[in-house]
Design a protein around this ligand. Structure first.
Ligand code: TYD
Length: 142
């Protein structure tokens, strides 16, 4: 299956309650990987984009715990945009895709569950290198 087709919204259980709702995510149960790390992005100024990079190994699951933002995923040929705006679902992103997050609403919080511990060597931060690595596109370089 094409990598871009593996990117998908996963709905999480919702326990609705007049005292306030509750949602759950368990590794290997609701998402297809074990969680090695969690981080969150908050206090994002208006108009800013985050996460313009790809991961070689890291799988991730991104939830808009509060507010809303867009996640753009790109395989070097095509891209798709997913708008996240509820805390009871998230976006599964396999490795080997360029992804960027933008259009953060005021006070939004992005929770990222990751399959790996932090490793800068897992990042590809140069878009041209990403395209070369993942599309085997012919390049014009001599
Ligand atoms: P980065 O992943 O580049 O942020 P984003 O993709 O959202 O723009 O991380 C920003 C900085 O934080 C970078 O210097 C690496 C550091 N960082 C860690 O030290 N540990 C982590 O788990 C993460 C996600 C980032």
């Amino acid at each position: 299956m094409e990598k871009l087709e593996q990117v998908r919204i996963i709905s999480l259980p919702r326990i609705e309650d007049p005292r306030g709702n509750l949602s759950i995510v368990e590794e290997m149960e609701h998402i297809p990987f074990a969680i090695e790390r969690s981080y969150w992005i908050y206090d994002v100024p208006g108009g800013v984009a985050r996460g313009g990079h790809a991961f070689r190994e890291q799988q991730e699951f991104i939830i808009a715990l509060s507010g809303s933002f867009d996640v753009k995923v790109d395989d070097g040929r095509q891209s798709k945009v997913f708008s996240l705006n509820r805390s009871y679902y998230g976006l599964f992103v396999p490795p080997g895709l360029w992804r960027q997050m933008d259009n953060f609403s005021t006070n939004s919080v992005a929770l990222v569950l990751s399959s790996t511990q932090f490793d800068e060597d897992d990042y590809i931060r140069d878009y041209n290198e990403f395209v070369k690595t993942y599309t085997h596109a012919p390049t014009n370089s001599l």
